[in-house]
Design a protein around this ligand. Structure first.
Ligand code: FES
Length: 160
């Protein structure tokens, strides 16, 4: 696998933000670029980024597996991450995850057959007092997600 000239140019702009000996600091930005362009970050893409930044492939893989925002495989149009970390667990986080999965007919980490929704558990989103908490497409945080609000969200996104 190799990246297009445009992709490499985007990488270079990110790398230029750091001193030459610290170009590995651009790893998250490079991963985001690949995900934006391809929808996910494959192991091959990780290896290419590792080669570009002069770092071990396992170090890149550690970054992609640590953060929820990087997708290791294609996901649906809407990626729904429901927080199931302990504080949320104590306030219906797991129940919220199960409710969304049941409504959409998928298991956690599953994608609906029409490719519209992917549902995943999530680590702490930093809003524990607002549980149940979730994130839509890695950007939009939603709080106090009761079953009614979850149903409303899914129905609204389905029509969008
Ligand atoms: S544990 Fe869910 S937001 Fe912190």
């Amino acid at each position: 696998m190799s990246f297009s000239e445009q992709t490499i140019a985007r990488f270079a702009r990110e790398v230029a933000k750091y001193p030459p000996e610290q170009k590995q600091s651009a790893v998250m930005a490079c991963l985001s670029i690949v995900q934006q362009e391809q929808g996910f970050v494959s192991r091959e893409a990780e290896e290419c980024i590792a080669a570009y930044l002069g770092m071990p492939p396992i170090a890149v893989h550690e970054v992609t597996t640590f953060y929820n925002m990087y997708n290791a495989a294609p996901v649906g149009k809407y990626k729904l991450n429901v927080c199931t970390n302990l504080p949320c667990q104590l306030r219906d986080g797991e129940q919220a995850l199960q409710h969304v999965c049941h409504k959409l007919g998928v298991e956690p980490y599953g994608t609906t057959a029409d490719g519209v929704f992917t549902v995943q558990p999530s680590e702490c989103l930093g809003a524990c007092a607002d549980a149940p908490v979730m994130l839509v497409n890695d950007r939009t945080m939603l709080s106090f997600m009761s079953n009614e609000r979850l149903d409303e969200l899914v129905d609204t996104l389905r029509k969008a």
